[in-house]
Design a binder for this molecule. Sequence first.
Ligand code: UD1
Length: 414
Amino acid sequence: MIIEGGQRLIGEIRVGGAKNAALPLLLAALLTDEEVILHNVPDLRDVTTVEKLLESLGVAITRKGSDAVINARGLNAIEAPYDLVKTMRASVLVMGPLLSRRLESKVSLPGGCAIGTRPINLHLNGFEALGAKISLEHGDIHAKAKKLKGAAIDFPIPTVTGTENLMMAACLAKGETVIENAAREPEVVELGRFINAMGGDISGLGTRTLTIRGVSELHGAEYSIMPDRVEAATYMAAAGVTQGNILLKGVPVASLKAVIDKLVEAGMEIKEENGNTRCLMIGPVRNVDVKTMPYPGFPTDMQAQLMAMMCFATGLSVISETVFENRFMHVGELKRMGADIHVEGHSAIIRGKGGLSGAPVMATDLRASASLVIAGLAAHGTTEISRIYHLDRGYEKMEEKLQSAGAVIRRVRE
Ligand code: UD1
């Protein structure tokens, strides 16, 4: 991706369907033999990976634009192939629904974004509590049960995909499952609503305690996926660093309170306009401190983008990452662009110098890539970002959306 920095972003950008909701919802289609219709499914590499994963299990999928029709009647396997799992950690979400339907599932230890060690012990403990036996053989995790029975599960820390996996494993189990310290992210709520639309019985969505009453079967459903809050927030930050004026369409505003509060503190004006969201920046970026937290706190998936923005402020900002270890890979690349950032344990101290200069940089993970795009859009000169395939995992047609708002950005083949 080659970006000529310094253009103000002015125009309209439409936000697509949420990646982190689309992935579990597509996999939840495994929970029924009936047809599931999903609308607003984003066109992303991670979504394609899940579709391939479902097809490898015998599931039929038809895509037409942002609609997906899924039918799992032909489900004939319990194993997620390694070549798919290794590219996307969220493939582990196949375990819950397969355990539900087949009482057995097998996946390789997941790869994906290289942020911290990212274990799945909490998912596995939860499956065990529901009655599954877990074994590790030849790099595969094998879960098998005679039957699944409701249980009390208390997470020591909230886990998003862990909560989702257990919701899917428990929704057809016998009896009631109570998950304490459940993740409250909007995408978890979205999955719960979808399972309920299929005839499931999950209550407490959006709170720390989820109660899942097992039902004997689920039926087909039609559902429109919520818009992507991280994509929306990324374009907000892009407007912020470029002194831009963007009308964002389809923003899940309620889910972005923590982010919008910070962007406003950083000098942006963000307000509702006829159902859309006006994102305006007049004047310099102001330095702010941020600490990432589980929802409703400031999302770790916006940490890198906010750090890029802080490089354009003048003065100190401290960004603390409390959700993941080792999620500062973008720091080295931002430094290549002239940033003054010092990492100390879980915190990055950014001494904003009011700008950056374009440089060749390398994308290391999905959100780190987005932070480099933000940096490049406002930097002096040309920024060349390689390994841009990370971006395609989570941002739909990013360069086209930015071009439509006046950015000088293009993709070239390496
Ligand atoms: C999900 C999101 C990801 C986001 C993250 C945090 C998807 C597909 N991905 O990832 O974009 O950055 O939530 O909002 O929705 N942990 C354990 N053991 C486990 C599970 C998690 O120790 O079994 C730890 C993790 O290492 C991490 C913390 O719990 O430190 C939170 O991780 P988790 O919420 O599970 O993140 P993901 O579900 O992987």
